[in-house]
Write a protein that binds this ligand. Structure first.
Ligand code: ADP
Ligand code: MG
Length: 317
């Protein structure tokens, strides 16, 4: 199969939201009036971000999901994506499944694939996602204010627990692993939440490298500190019953791949946020406060400072 028939067969779909989609030297896109373009790139590398034998359908989903998560954290509405893909060989079954996973999520989120690049090489998947947001409503990292509540969506740590199981650092029973594996392989980007947080949240970030590391980016950009209550952190049934306390702590605070949103909002938003949680059927949990001290303090039930390293994943550390 030629490169061009591969692109035509697997990666060319209708692009109703674009002026011009796949097939020319560049796509043509029109941003809505009063909006700016929000654009972000995330790359998934075989052996680093996923196992070489990963299910291609789930990989197609995750490749787009991790990018959507960045737009969610910006309060942007996703519109378009490009896909740069390097493949060791043309494997029709693999490509079929990868495209199915990718487009299932793209269609659900109203995202048009408008271009990309296709080459031979080690398996590598790189999406550039584009969306739009009114500039004054974008959820930036530098907007946290002293006294803000710190919130997190969903629950934390299950993806990291699934990874620990796959790497034989812990042993989960079959049902527990299945539940956690879904969080690892099929993250749900919190796009709807990001959109409704416009005008409520002062700052936001998506949790891809662990809560402490990612919240740390907000604190640094906003030049503030934080105090968190460990017992307030939202966890699944599985995590709450898991016996190894050190592992639980690591997964919740420094595990990767949660793809939840962490955001700060003034106390005056508490009522509105509880209602949003009900409407979205997505738990929103208040986990602490923005303070003036540098850094992040985590307190245990007795109020004691728990010492720990932020330790997010750093590719070059
Ligand atoms: P060029 O040589 O001008 O860079 P290419 O031959 O790389 O163009 O790509 C041809 C067309 O197919 C372009 O519109 C490009 O955006 C699109 N394209 C290439 N690879 C992909 C892909 N994996 N997914 C979607 N569109 C793609
Ligand atoms: Mg090209």
């Amino acid at each position: 199969m030629s490169e061009f028939s591969l692109i035509r067969r697997y990666f060319t779909r209708a692009t109703p939201g674009a002026v011009l989609g796949v097939g020319d030297d560049a796509a043509l896109l029109q941003v809505s009036a009063g909006h700016v373009l929000a654009i972000s790139t995330d790359m998934l590398v075989s052996g680093t971000h996923f196992f070489p034998d990963a299910d291609p359908f789930l990989l197609g989903h995750k490749t787009l999901a991790v990018n959507l998560s960045d737009l969610a954290a910006m309060g942007a509405k996703p519109r378009w994506a490009t896909l740069a893909i390097s493949l060791p060989q043309v494997d029709d079954v693999w490509l079929e499944r990868f495209a199915a996973g990718f487009f299932a999520l793209a269609e659900q989120q109203g995202v048009d694939l408008v271009g990309g690049d296709t080459t031979r090489g080690p398996l590598n998947l790189c999406v550039t996602i584009m969306g739009e947001v009114p500039p004054a409503l974008a959820l930036r990292r530098d907007g946290a204010k002293l006294g803000d509540d710190i919130w997190v969506s969903g629950s934390l740590g299950d993806a990291a627990l699934a990874l620990a199981h796959l790497q034989e650092r812990v042993v989960l029973d079959e049902a527990a692993f299945a539940a956690c594996a879904t969080r690892l392989h099929q993250p749900q980007p919190r796009v709807e939440l990001g959109l409704v947080l416009r005008g409520l949240a002062h700052s936001a970030i998506d949790i891809s490298d662990g809560l402490l590391a990612d919240l740390g980016h907000i604190l640094e950009a906003s030049k503030v500190g934080a105090e968190l209550r460990f017992d307030a952190l939202p966890v699944s049934e599985i995590m709450s019953q898991f016996k190894d306390a050190a592992m639980v702590q690591r997964c919740i605070l420094a595990g990767g791949d949660d793809y939840e949103l962490c955001f700060t909002a003034p106390e005056s938003c508490r009522e509105a946020l509880s209602q949003l949680a009900a409407t979205l059927t997505l738990p929103l949990t208040r986990i602490g406060k923005v303070t003036s001290n540098a850094g992040c303090v985590v307190r245990d039930v007795q109020g004691n400072n728990m010492t720990m390293e932020a330790g997010g994943y750093d590719h070059f550390a």
